[in-house]
Design a binder for this molecule. Structure first.
Ligand code: NAP
Length: 309
């Protein structure tokens, strides 16, 4: 029997108990899934940073820590985590992000908010450009950024993207490195942030880089709050350099009462809901990694501790 410790917030347990049980059974894995195994008996930990397991040294026989979250910044630097650590790449989570990003890009592209007439005085026809004439940028071309870029390219948007390493993705003009960032910023009438939070990505949008974007650009951030220098964004909204920011993630969550983003007419706040890990599809990813661990195959989606994501 493979002992699997589940460590995430309490409310998730009933859903994952069923989903993990089924996904493991489908792969012929006999697991003993619990929230309170003795640490020294545990073979795998299914992990979210808001669960009860916060240190790993007592998990002496644990073959891998299998994360339920895509973002790993709160755990990647933990010196007590010496086991292989995989993050979540889940097709349900990816689909959710594609839908959210596409929806918000289309909202700004089509001017959906402006075009609602509330009286005949507002019968002011403006025709948006076609997607082929709208330049969209994506910072981060990983599991989520690449999928969002593909969906936007499918809709005919003129898509450019930026990553750390060079890439070749159909429908996306791919850039990397410092010079690449300037190119993507200059391209982006609408910019989507799907970078992880690392020391290298903190404040990637700041006064200097915001000024490199077209006047009136729109920022959509479902990545992480610290990717943006908040004060620089507010200043850019003030001058009209940025016309709107749709923000799903923040330096402090929930966004504190009284924060300038709440009342700003050109900021849309959403409560970190762009996309969630979906239990049924995520359980299949976890089960596949347990299968791999049992037969000595490499784990999927291992985190690069040096790069921090
Ligand atoms: P991923 O697969 O690890 O992709 C990250 C991308 O960022 C990669 O393309 C990577 O480049 C690029 N990158 C990292 N550091 C960089 C740097 N210094 N310069 C340029 N590019 C850099 O991550 P993912 O699964 O797509 O997720 C992205 C982020 O989305 C997560 O880290 C998390 O913060 C956020 N997220 C938010 C929600 C939500 O509900 N709001 C849900 C899920 C995830 P390479 O390809 O060259 O490595």
């Amino acid at each position: 029997m493979i002992k699997v410790q589940f460590s995430a917030r309490d409310g998730l347990w009933p859903t994952y108990e069923e989903a993990l049980g089924e996904a493991c059974a489908d792969l012929g894995l006999k697991i003993d899934l619990s929230r309170d195994h003795a640490p020294e008996t545990v073979d795998y930990i299914v992990f979210a940073p808001n669960g009860p397991v916060t240190e790993f040294p007592r998990y002496t026989r644990c073959k891998a820590v299998l994360g339920l979250w895509a973002g790993v910044e709160s755990i990647v630097g933990d010196a007590t985590l010496t086991q292989p650590f995989a993050r979540m790449v889940d097709d349900g989570l990816t689909e959710g992000m594609v839908e959210w990003v596409t929806g918000h890009v289309l909202r700004h592209h089509l001017g959906l908010d402006q075009d609602i007439c509330r009286s005949d005085a507002e019968w002011d026809i403006h025709i948006p450009p076609l997607a082929r004439d709208r330049r969209v940028g994506i910072l981060g071309l990983g599991a989520l950024g690449a999928a969002c870029g593909a969906a936007l390219a499918q809709l005919n948007f003129d898509v450019a993207g930026w990553s750390r390493s060079p890439k070749d993705l159909p429908g996306i003009a791919c850039h990397h490195g410092d010079a690449g960032l300037a190119d993507v910023l200059a391209h982006s009438e609408i910019l989507v942030l799907l970078l992880p939070r690392t020391p290298a990505t903190e404040n990637v949008l700041n006064a200097r880089t915001l000024a490199q974007m077209p006047k009136g650009a729109v920022i959509i951030n479902p990545g992480r709050g610290p990717l943006i220098d908040d004060e620089a964004l507010l200043a850019a909204l003030e001058t009209g350099q940025v016309s709107h920011a749709t923000l799903d993630v923040f330096r402090v969550e929930p966004l504190p009462e009284g924060h300038a983003f709440w009342a700003h007419p050109n900021v849309t706040v959403t409560p970190h809901i762009a996309s969630e890990t979906r239990p049924v599809s995520a359980a299949r990813v976890i089960a596949e990694n347990i299968r791999r661990g049992e037969v000595g195959e490499p784990f999927l989606h291992l985190v690069d501790r040096t790069a921090g994501y």
